[in-house]
Ligand binder design. Structure first.
Ligand code: HEC
Length: 126
């Protein structure tokens, strides 16, 4: 009777630790997948920024390109942009502002959303 109980306890621990290990492995691979997709998003955002924004705002966002200086493009690393809400950045990209063209027709919602994340990243110096 006692022996059976010991065996039962051992079996219980073996199974529960197997479950625990499996859960740990699953959550680690889930995290790896998530960080991979975040990296992909960042890569895509960088490409979009280079293609559509960098000629005025510069690859570094500081707007020190010839066209940026000529048009008075905003330094995306400035306090002003740091304080902008994500919604305001999105509406600026969609509708344009002053000499900045609008991108609402050219870019999809998800592309604009990626760009807004990227602008916020640049503004924080990341
Ligand atoms: C043809 C040049 C040009 C291009 C291309 C351009 N911008 Fe601009 N951007 C400007 C100018 C000029 C301003 C300043 C507008 C003003 O304040 O009158 C500006 C301002 C901004 C601002 C600040 C708005 C504010 O309220 O201060 C953000 C954010 C911004 N641009 C993001 C972007 C993003 C993201 C892209 C690419 C999708 C982009 N811009 C493409 C010229 C450009």
């Amino acid at each position: 009777m006692k022996k059976a109980r010991v065996i039962a306890v051992i079996i219980f621990f073996v199974f529960s630790s197997a479950w625990f290990i499996q859960a740990a492995v699953l959550s680690a691979s889930q995290k790896a997948i998530e960080s991979k997709s975040a990296q992909k998003g960042l890569q895509k955002a960088k490409e979009l920024f280079s293609k559509h924004c960098a000629r005025c705002h510069g690859e570094d966002g500081k707007a020190e390109t010839q066209e940026g200086l000529d048009l008075g493009a905003t330094d995306l690393t400035s306090e002003r942009v740091k304080k902008m809400s994500r919604a305001k950045i999105i509406s600026t990209i969609k509708e344009g502002k002053g000499a900045m063209p609008s991108f609402g027709k050219e870019l999809s919602k998800s592309e604009i959303s990626l760009l807004a994340d990227y602008v916020q990243k640049i503004s924080k110096g990341e």
